[in-house]
Design a protein around this ligand. Structure first.
Ligand SMILES: [Zn+2]
Length: 102
């Protein structure tokens, strides 16, 4: 990958930022960018609740599919398999789908 910016570890972030001394944005630009980032955050309580509800619902649907021996990833059937470390239930679509019941 070719990039013009530096690729660093997060522990070097502050040190790297402090290397840049030239001001490239005025305070209005900074405010605009900060507002854009803030607007992307879920601040609305109902939106947050709906998001969590969706995640929980997806987990329930996944478990229902597994209970009916249907792979939640690809929709193929789940079959009993024997592996190096014992018996397990996995997707019949293997090796295309690598879903395994935990
Ligand atoms: Zn599958």
């Amino acid at each position: 990958v070719k990039v013009n910016s530096e690729v660093i570890y997060s522990t070097q972030l502050l040190k790297t930022i402090n290397k840049y001394k030239n001001v490239v944005m005025d305070s209005d630009q900074v405010k605009t960018i900060a507002a854009t980032i803030a607007s992307a955050n879920m601040t609305n309580r109902e939106v947050k609740k709906e998001h969590v509800r969706g995640i929980k619902q997806a987990a329930v649907e996944k478990n229902v599919k597994i209970a009916h021996d249907i792979c939640p990833k690809c929709g193929s059937s789940l079959v009993d398999r024997k592996g190096k470390y014992g018996a397990f239930k996995g997707c019949s679509g293997y090796p295309k789908c690598r879903f395994v019941v935990k």
